[in-house]
Design a binder for this molecule. Sequence first.
Ligand code: FAD
Length: 419
Amino acid sequence: MEAHGGTGASAAAADDIADDVADEIIETLRRWVDEVVVPESSALELADEYPTAMASQMEDFGLFGATIPESHGGLDLDHVTYARVIEELSRGWMSLAGIVNSHLICAKLIDRFGTDDQRNRSLPGMATGKLRGCFSLSEPDSGSDAGALRCRAVRDGDEFVINGTKMWVTNGERAGVVALLARVPEGDPSGSSGITCFLVDKTPGKHSGGITVSRKIDKIGYRGLETVEMSYVDHRVPADRVLGGDGLTDAASRGGGDGAGHGGGIGNGLRWALAALELGRINVAARGVGVAQAAYDAAVAYAKEREAFGKPIAKHQAIAFKIAEMATKLHAARLMTYDAARKADAGERVDLAAGMAKLFASETAAELSLDAMRIHGGNGFSTEYPVERYYRDAPLMIIGEGTSEIQKLVISRALLADD
Ligand SMILES: Cc1cc2nc3c(=O)[nH]c(=O)nc-3n(C[C@H](O)[C@H](O)[C@H](O)COP(=O)(O)OP(=O)(O)OC[C@H]3O[C@@H](n4cnc5c(N)ncnc54)[C@H](O)[C@@H]3O)c2cc1C
C-alpha cells in the first residue's frame, strides 16, 4: 500500500490480515490497475464505453468467482480479501467493482439459499464470468422501502407469470440470470405468499421472452457499465426457478432455503435479499476506501508539485492539515471495512459493523473526492485530471445498497434493540 501513497498505518492494517495467497492476488491486481486501468479508464468512462478488455482480464483473474465456493469453480475468497480486491479495483475505476458486485450478490443468494439443482446449474458458469448475474429489487416507486415493491408473480400450473417494471438494474442487459424480487399473491397453492426471489434465465441483450430492457439510464458517474430499467410482460418462469424451491415438490426444494424448515422460498425473498446485501455493503464500503485512496493519492501528488506563493502548496499549513485529515478519515474507513469483513469471516452477524463501515466509508469517499478537487484548484474541475471522476462516482456509494439514512436506521435499530 505504501507504494501507492498509502497512509502508513493502513499498510499495517492490511498486513495483519494478509496471508500469502491473498497478498499475491492483491499484488497482481495492483500491478494491473496501475499499468492498465489507471491510464485507460478516464477515456472509457467519459465515453460511457463498456470496458470489454478489462472485464475479460477480470474473468482471467477469476474475479467473477471471487466469493463463489471452489466446489463450483470459484476462488472462495474470504471477505477481507474480497474487500481488498474491491478496494484495488475501485482505486483504478469504481465501475469495475460494480461489474462484479451485483453478479456476486446474485451468486451469494443462489449459494446460500438455492437448491442443489440451482447451485449446480448457475454457479459454475457464473464463476467463470461466462454467465453473468444481476440483482433486481428496486422499482420506479420503491427503493429504500423495498417491501412496497409491485412486480407480481402469479402461479399458472408449473410456471409463474411475471409482470412489472424494475428500475436501476446494474448489469441487467449483459446478465444471463436475474435474481428478481417479485410478489406472489395470497392464495398460492404452496400455502405461502409474499415477496419471493426468482432466478430468471434470460438471453443477454435487450429482449428475451417477455423481458425488455426498456431504458438505459444516463448517469453522472459509475459510467461504462449499464444500469437499466427492465419491463416484464407476461414473462413465464418455471416454478423450479423459485430460489430455494417452490415448496410443493421435494425434488424442487432439495438442498434449498436457509435450513429453517420453511418448505421453500415463496415469501422468503426479501429476508434473503437483505441478508445477501450484507456482502454488497462490504463491497460498497471497500469501494469507498478505494475511491478515497485514489483521491488522497492524487491530492498528495498534486500538493507536492503545485507551487503557489513561492513554495509547493503542501508547505502551506492549510493544505498540509487537509492532507492530515484526509489520511485520518481514510485510515478509519479502511479499518472499519476490514473489521466488518473479519466479522463476516468469523460467521458473526454483520448488520451493525457492515452498516457502520458502509456509512463511514461512503461519506469519507464523498468528502475526500471534494477535498482532492479543492486541492487541485481549477485543474480539479477539468476532465484532464481524474479527481473530477472520483467526485462524480463517490455519491453513488451514499445511495446504493441502502442510503446513508437507511444505514443509520439499521445501525440504530441494532444498538437500541431490546435484549
Ligand atoms: C447507479 C445506481 C445503480 C443501482 N443498481 C441497483 C441494482 O443493481 N439493483 C437494485 O435493485 N437497485 C439498484 N439501485 C437502486 C438503489 O438501491 C436505490 O436507488 C436506493 O436503495 C435508494 O432508493 P430510491 O432511489 O428509491 O430512493 P428513496 O427510497 O425514494 O429515498 C429518497 C430519499 O429518502 C430517504 N429515505 C427513504 N426512507 C427513509 C426513512 N425511512 N428514513 C429516513 N430517510 C429515508 C433516502 O435516504 C433518500 O435520501 C441502483 C441505484 C443507482 C443510483
